[in-house]
Design a protein around this ligand. Structure first.
Ligand SMILES: [Cu+2]
Length: 421
């Protein structure tokens, strides 16, 4: 594809990225602190330190001959989707009245990109509670990785991620901890990246201190003053593009005394994907800045892709209390979060300290979160939805499977009928 050799294409992208970086430097005059040396990243309680092993950069661009993404010539594969950008040059950015460059796409060579088998973060991958220890300095390492993965069966997308999953890994600390956060940008990336954590009290939420070019890393520290569950996301221009491509996650800051004890905790995040082709169109799909500006997502997904929480459902036993940390990466839609066949016994409204009880549907703002706790009384399949139900068809659903003895005094219908199917 295209007459430009890959190194030249990369050079063009790099120049564009450099201009963007310069614009950002101008915007974020405050560079909090840079501590580039981190000879030793040591571990504080397992799951917090993520990606340090440099794992999972997937197979380096090794597509197979029979891969549907390959074109007939065995060449470089914009292939079936047919939504390759114009040959030989980057598309111009869309008009933007925001603080940076408008949405745009660059020409891609799919064979040059890293692929991952499953973009979906595991909903059960919730770090353990940490409030019982005293406040500490907690080191967190995240790596920005740009990868190609399946958005839906036979439909692939160019995701931008933290650590190769969507959402990025959950970070969990306690009120009073000092977080030393390092953001590394994988050398194969085509874009600069950064991180803005809503748990930060400080300019840009850390984004000014963490703008990193491919192959670079930066560190900043912040004190977790406010408990709650907070969205983190990339804040490199064009910011909504970076977010909708998958650069979001949650950081939970536990209050002194901890959250109420529950039996199981899960991590789910809603996000939107805007594709050049219509919903269901097969093959590789480019990002559509036009659809994003119009806030018309083709896909609304839980944990990064269609069926992520259907293929790998949440699981609990009758009588257990389940907690869902629910975030919304947006970038446009508010989620009306609901579990079909259940009632939230307790909702930490907007993931703050205000508790509501006996809630059917709760709002999760774009760039916000909620915490819902509920006891599962009866076995069956319970479907998590955004109750703006047209989004079901766009992929916005998952399943909680509850196993155990029937409880006919609470519910006497057929097991599984709670699924709504
Ligand atoms: Cu980014």
């Amino acid at each position: 594809m295209g007459e430009l050799p890959a190194p030249l294409k990369f050079a063009i992208v790099f120049v564009l990225v450099s201009f963007a970086a310069m614009a950002i430097e101008g915007l974020y005059l405050v560079n909090l602190n840079s501590k580039p040396s981190m000879a030793v990243m040591h571990h504080h309680g397992g799951p917090l330190i993520v990606g340090a092993g440099g794992h999972a950069h997937a197979e380096e661009g090794n597509m197979h001959e029979d891969d549907p993404r390959m074109d007939a010539s065995g060449g470089h594969a914009m292939a079936e989707g047919g939504h390759a950008p114009e040959e030989g040059h980057a598309h111009a950015a869309l008009t933007s009245f925001g603080p940076g460059e408008g949405p745009h796409v660059h020409e891609l060579d799919l064979a040059e990109l890293n692929h991952v088998d499953d973009i979906a973060a595991d909903a059960a991958a919730v770090p353990p509670s940490s409030w019982k220890r005293g406040p500490e300095v907690v080191k967190v390492l995240l790596e920005a990785r740009e990868v190609v993965s399946e958005l839906a069966p036979n439909i692939t997308y160019y995701y931008w991620t933290y650590n190769g999953t969507v959402p990025g890994p959950m970070i969990r600390v306690r009120e009073g901890d000092t977080v030393e956060l390092t953001l590394r940008n994988h050398e194969s990336s085509l874009h600069n990246h950064s991180i803005d954590l809503h748990a930060v009290n400080g300019p840009g939420g850390g984004s000014g201190a963490t703008q990193v070019a491919p192959g670079e890393q930066k560190t900043f520290t912040f004190k977790a003053l406010n408990p709650g569950a907070y969205v983190y996301h990339c804040a490199t221009h064009n910011i909504p593009t970076h977010m909708t491509n998958g650069m979001y996650g949650l950081i939970v800051v536990e209050p002194e005394g901890g959250l109420p004890a529950v039996d199981r905790e899960f991590y789910v995040m809603q996000g939107e994907v805007y594709t050049a082709g219509a919903i269901g169109e097969q093959g590789f799909q480019m990002f559509s800045g036009e659809k994003m500006q119009q806030e018309m997502p083709d896909y609304v997904v839980w944990n990064g892709r269609v069926n992520a929480l259907v293929d790998r459902p949440l699981r609990a036993r009758v009588g257990e209390t389940v907690r869902l940390f629910v975030g919304n990466g947006g970038v446009a839609k508010i989620s009306s979060f609901h579990v079909i066949g259940e009632i939230f016994d307790r909702v930490f409204h907007e993931a703050g300290r205000l508790v509501n009880r006996d809630v059917q549907t709760t709002l999760v703002p774009a760039g916000g979160a909620t915490i819902t706790d509920f006891k599962v009384n009866v076995p069956g399949a319970y479907v998590l939805v955004d109750h703006s139900l047209a989004r079901l068809d766009k992929g916005a659903w998952g399943v909680l499977v509850v196993e155990g003895e029937a409880q006919p005094e609470i519910y006497s219908g057929a097991p599984g009928a709670g699924s709504g199917h």
